[in-house]
Design a protein around this ligand. Structure first.
Ligand SMILES: *[C@@H]1O[C@H](CO)[C@@H](O)[C@H](O)[C@H]1NC(C)=O
Ligand SMILES: *[C@@H]1O[C@H](CO)[C@@H](O)[C@H](O)[C@H]1NC(C)=O
Length: 360
């Protein structure tokens, strides 16, 4: 164990101010999906301020949402991770990057921007190769350097199997998504599964910090193999993941802030609008505190069984569909995970397991 008991107390104290390090946030208006205004963002942040002081958005140019988000944060202690969208069409990336640079001339990035996240699961969706995303990460960093903003970390965000050496090399820190739900894991095994992937990437990352860019559990929608959405399971995963992350000093962005009722519901993604800690009417799903780490004991670290798990899941991954998305709006991973039945993710696991063991 890395941590002495005395450190555990510190971790608890340090995280006591807010229940969440950061929350994934789609600024579009909850009922309709209409573009946000400064006032609608202010209203959202007023609700979220009970839980965190940092949000992650997925594009600055879609709906021109970067501007109202940064405007709403002016004069406050709010922080934001700014996303640039990447898909097959590089013009989309370039216009997001150019909007980022415009915003950098208007707003105080050093005060409010904790990271720039270049792409969201573009490798996982097979819209870009790791080398292509790595080049865009470097391109954005160079542009920020020229603007005098070289101190702001630049990374991407990918499901854990999509991080190979080229991508790890390009990022300032590894920003990884982990959804035991989309691996069809029962709630009993979810905590161990998420941390197994974190440890794998930590070993592969050559000393770079690994941060969890998205994780969560839905409270409603269809089961996914042994993964069952429910309020109790959402809260249990929240407690187990976050309490352990705090103990191990692993930063995370919880997915997500709000249920987004406007999102289309299909059979494959009936859980899609149910990942929030708050409902679509902004009421909390759980009484405060949303979780409590008193008495929490982490599950034991994974041992030799991990390789068998991987083999088992990659066997199931044969009928992977293309997980296409022309979305330049910030559709989150699970949309794509859902449209491919999660199979793309599972298929990639075997490849990365191999890549990781090469690195070891
Ligand atoms: C690429 O994106 C740009 C900007 O959104 C758009 O104008 C253009 O038509 C797109 N090109 C293709 C081939 O889809
Ligand atoms: C969902 O599945 C049912 C039964 O398989 C099918 O009849 C229905 O059309 C599907 N709905 C959607 C939105 O795909």
């Amino acid at each position: 164990m890395k941590l002495a008991l005395s450190l555990c107390a510190c971790a608890t104290a340090a995280s006591a101010a807010y229940q969440f390090n950061a929350l994934a946030y789609n600024p579009k208006q909850l009922a309709t999906g209409a573009c946000p205004t400064v006032d609608t963002v202010r209203d959202d942040l007023a609700v979220l301020a009970k839980y965190t002081n940092e949000v992650r958005i997925y594009s600055v140019r879609d709906c021109n949402q970067g501007e109202p988000v940064l405007r709403a944060m002016e004069g406050t202690g709010w922080k934001v991770q700014l996303g640039l969208w990447i898909n097959k069409n590089d013009t989309v990336y370039e216009s997001d990057r150019d909007e980022l640079l415009r915003l950098a001339g208007v707003f105080d990035f050093k005060k409010h921007v904790t990271a720039v996240i270049v792409g969201n699961e573009a490798v996982y969706r097979k819209e870009q190769t790791q080398d292509q995303v790595a080049a865009k990460v470097r391109d954005t960093r160079a542009a920020l350097d020229r603007a005098g903003l070289g101190s702001i970390p630049v990374t991407t965000s990918e499901t854990w199997p999509s991080y190979g050496p080229a991508l790890i090399d390009a990022v300032d820190y590894v920003n990884m998504h982990a959804f035991p739900f989309w691996e069809g894991v029962s709630i009993d095994g979810a905590q161990a599964k998420a941390f197994e992937h974190i440890y794998d990437l930590q070993r592969a990352a050559g000393g770079k910090t690994v941060v969890v860019g998205e994780t969560g559990w839905p409270d409603a929608g269809g089961d996914y193999d042994a993964a069952v959405p429910s309020l109790a399971n959402e809260q249990r995963y929240m407690r187990e993941f976050i309490c352990r992350a705090n103990l191990e000093k692993i930063r995370y962005t919880w997915f997500s802030a709000f249920d987004e009722a406007w999102k289309p519901v299909t059979n494959a993604s009936s859980v899609e609008s149910h990942w929030g800690i708050l409902r679509g009417d902004k009421s909390p799903k759980f009484a405060a505190p949303m979780y409590d780490c008193k008495g929490f004991v982490p599950s034991s670290k994974p041992g030799g069984a991990a390789e068998n798990d991987r083999a088992a899941v990659s066997d199931r991954a044969s009928d992977s569909d293309e997980a296409s998305s022309d979305s330049s709006h910030s559709r989150h991973s699970t949309d794509e995970d859902a449209s491919s039945g999660g199979a793309g993710l599972l298929a990639a696991m075997a490849i990365v397991a191999a890549a990781v063991s090469l690195l070891l």
